[in-house]
Design a protein. Structure first.
Ligand code: GDP
Ligand code: IMO
Ligand code: MG
Length: 434
């Protein structure tokens, strides 16, 4: 019996979607708590590959309640498009999906602002250009529009007119913002709103009532620890609270109702977009990881930057999320490599840093100090029990646990649901997963 947060421990794309889909069978509901359709969570069920951007990955499990919390930002046309795709796959949306009324909207002007800022920025972030940053900026500036506001159309139109006028007043004359017509945005948004208005709820009430009734909730994080707006590699971050703490503010479920945090880590590291990445490999090994791991963005299709595992960054993720245990994904991608490296510390000029630095300027100068481990050079693809894992691979996993000081409870050996090993660790036993 447990309510558990699933959080990315790196720069996103750790395989959170696959892990949530796999373990969601043991939970009654799955709630997204932050981010928007900048996320791309891939779930493979049989021959079907589904990429979810907004809807929680639990939707593919029959009868699971899926909730978008107030911390999520919603692009309405993107949401209705995703729902129609799911319906085409015979996934039941009606009755299963709930949307928190207080979730803010991503509106057309947010996307234009994001795109135009990225184009001219001296220091571009490499965003997904989905309007995420400007939508959260408006939320913090208290001029955002919440999805529940659309129940009062005339007030919504008023707010839209004011917001568009304010943004146009500040925009350079060549900006596409000047082409926006509030009435046209209004009617487009209302059309999409009508398709989902029956799903709107007070997410905090729904979730807390389920918990009162003894039901178990899985909280699905988007992005990853190092992309968190407060704790990540600022300014090269997203604009939401991707770490475990965000699950509380992003859903209205308080910390004492949560029983644990599962960190998802890839067996190597990837990053999309700009920003420092100490263990990045710009050589043929990086290329091999990208090819074997299919490391191309699930949202933008951009090639992901690839590199070795970074235990300094992982220990930071363990600390700031107070992780209970880890799920390690994409172990199979490392199968053919003769030697594996784990970054144990950073060399920063004449200093050795064991703690992850919070300053981007420091991080970008850090040189990784590696420990080398022999590869196993055997296939682990699709293995479902630890007994089937080669000895040298088990030695790698044991070493990782020692370095990180935390159990690895779940091992993913392929993209499919059942290509997974659940170990009988105390944490998984406590959560009722084994
Ligand atoms: P998320 O954003 O954290 O949900 O991760 P993404 O879906 O963006 O990226 C993870 C990718 O790795 C997806 O294409 C998954 O299908 C795939 N994947 C997940 N786990 C494994 C695994 O254990 N092995 C392999 N080979 N692929 C995996
Ligand atoms: P999932 O949930 C990986 C990155 C972008 C960019 C930065 C800011 O699939 O793990 P944004 O559009 O959010 O303002 O971009 O964050 N980014 C992600 N990288 N996985 C994601 O989501 C990401 N969502 C945003 O590439 O560097
Ligand atoms: Mg992703």
């Amino acid at each position: 019996m447990a309510n558990v947060i699933v959080v990315g421990t790196q720069w996103g794309d750790e395989g959170k979607g696959k892990i949530v889909d796999t373990i969601s069978e043991s939970f009654e509901a799955v709630a997204r708590y932050q981010g928007g359709n900048n996320a791309g969570h891939t779930v493979v069920v049989g021959n079907e590959m589904v990429i979810l951007h907004l809807v929680p990955s639990g939707i593919l499990r029959k009868g699971k309640i899926c909730i978008l919390g107030n911390g999520v930002v919603v692009d309405l046309p993107a949401l209705t498009h995703e729902l129609n795709q799911l319906r085409r796959l015979d996934v039941k949306v009606e009755g299963n999906l709930h949307i928190g009324k207080n979730a803010h909207l991503v509106l057309p002007y947010h996307k234009i602002l994001d795109q135009e800022r990225e184009k001219v920025a001296v220091r571009p972030i490499g965003t997904t250009r989905r309007g995420i940053g400007p939508a959260y900026a408006d939320k913090a500036a208290r001029v955002g529009i919440r999805i529940g506001d659309l129940f009062n159309p005339s007030l919504f139109l008023d707010h839209l007119r004011t917001n568009v006028a304010e943004k146009q007043a500040r925009a350079p004359k060549e900006s596409a913002l000047h082409t926006l017509d509030p009435e046209a945005i209004f009617s487009e948004q209302m059309t999409h709103f009508r398709e989902v208005q029956a799903f709107l709820v007070d997410a905090s009430v729904v979730l807390n009532t389920m918990i009162d009734d003894g039901k178990k909730i899985l909280f699905e994080g988007a992005q990853g620890t190092l992309l968190d707006v407060d704790l990540g590699t600022y300014p090269y971050v997203t604009s939401s609270s991707a770490t475990a703490g965000g699950a509380c503010t992003g859903t209205g479920v308080g910390p004492t109702r949560i029983d644990g945090v599962l960190g998802v880590m890839k067996a190597y590291t990837t990053r999309v977009g700009e920003g420092p990445f100490p263990t990045e490999l710009k050589d043929s090994t990086g290329e091999e990881l990208r090819n074997r791991g299919g490391e191309y963005g699930a949202t933008t299709g951009r090639p992901r930057r690839c590199g070795w595992l970074d235990a300094v960054a992982l220990r930071f993720a363990i600390r700031v999320n107070a992780l209970s245990t880890l799920a390690l994904t994409k172990l199979d991608v490392l199968d053919p490599l003769p030697v594996l490296k784990i970054c144990r510390a950073y060399r920063f000029w004449d200093q050795t840093l064991e703690e992850f630095p919070n300053e981007t300027d420091v991080l970008k100068e850090c040189q990784p100090m590696y420990e080398e481990i022999e590869g196993w050079k055997e296939s682990t693809l699709g293995r479902t029990s630890i007994a089937e894992i080669p000895k040298k691979c088990r030695a790698f996993l044991d070493r990782l646990e020692t370095i990180l000081g935390i159990d690895i409870s779940i091992i993913s050996t392929g993209p499919e649901r059942d290509q997974t090993i659940l170990l009988p660790t105390p944490t998984l036993k406590q959560w009722g997963l084994v």
